[in-house]
Design a protein around this ligand. Structure first.
Ligand SMILES: Nc1ncnc2c1ncn2[C@@H]1O[C@H](COP(=O)(O)OP(=O)(O)OP(=O)(O)O)[C@@H](O)[C@H]1O
Length: 260
């Protein structure tokens, strides 16, 4: 079980400070949602967590080890990432693209074994892409590509999984099945952090939530505590409240703009 922690992280882009003293813990066994208005710094924070962007102050660590002290390969073995970028250039199949996730376990030039094929088959099934496994990745819809990106990260069998808007191209059924899958994987010990715009989905499916506003974490904790009517109005500009949902769960009602 592995924990990823951001401590007092600052980051800059284009000469501007984007993250300002951000603290965040991604705990094994939990799905944590990173939410916030457009431009609040969610993607930037995620990028600092897998070393795609250097921090200008503060520290990101994995089980206490500064990620800048880890070799790229060790980091890739521990942290799986699904981003919004295209999954591959094309000319390879879905199965081959997902299998690339296995190179972190094997090394570039080591041949893939039957255990790799089994993992690839499993993750393809988990994201509902088995039927399209032999299709060229360029001949996929946006949602299908997104599922390939998630499958490739899962094929790494990481300890920590970071996902940037993993549901934004998905239909409702696929959204729920990806979120359900993430919950199941978290229950097995994975630490999951995902950015999400859909606050209702975040409320219903995530165990914890951190709210970013202008590069600062303004609240974190269980969704029902974090998403108070006051925070929904102040940060998201909407009127709403978290209330009990079906089967002992919780849901979010939003009924208008805060300034109407
Ligand atoms: N290359 C860049 N140079 C300068 N500023 C940038 C650059 N990339 C992003 N930004 C700015 O950094 C801020 C945070 O962007 P980021 O993509 O992290 O936000 P976000 O919360 O993920 O937004 P969204 O919800 O719209 O995806 C924004 O104000 C954005 O305009």
């Amino acid at each position: 079980m592995t924990t990823l922690t951001a401590l007092d992280v600052d980051a800059r882009l284009g000469g501007r400070q984007i993250l300002d003293g951000v603290g965040l813990t991604v705990t094994p066994g939990r799905v944590t949602a990173l939410v916030g208005p457009n431009g609040s710094g969610k993607t930037t924070l995620l990028r600092t967590c897998y070393r795609a962007l250097p921090t200008t102050a503060g520290l990101v660590s994995i089980d206490g080890a500064d990620i800048t002290s880890l070799r790229r390969r060790a980091l890739a073995r521990t942290v799986g990432v699904s981003t919004q970028e295209p999954v591959s250039l094309g000319g390879i199949t879905v199965r081959e693209s997902v299998r690339l996730g296995r190179t972190v376990k094997r090394g570039m030039f080591e041949p893939f074994g039957t255990d790799d094929s089994e993992v690839v088959d499993t993750v393809l099934a988990q994201v509902g892409m088995t039927a399209l496994a032999e299709r060229d990745v360029l001949a996929l819809s946006g949602g299908e590509r997104q599922r390939v990106s998630i499958a490739r990260a899962l094929a790494q069998q990481p300890e920590v999984l970071l996902l940037d808007e993993p549901t934004n191209h998905l239909d409702l059924h696929q959204q729920l099945s990806v979120l359900t899958l993430l919950r199941r994987l978290a229950a097995d010990g994975l630490a999951v952090l995902l950015t999400l715009h859909d606050l209702r989905m975040a409320t219903e499916y995530c165990d914890a939530m951190a709210v970013l506003e202008r590069g600062r974490v303004v609240a974190d904790g269980p969704p029902e505590k974090v998403l108070s009517p006051a925070l929904l109005a102040d940060v998201f500009g909407v009127r709403g409240e978290v209330r009990p949902g079906r089967a002992g769960g919780r849901t979010l009602d939003v009924w208008g703009l805060a300034d109407e």
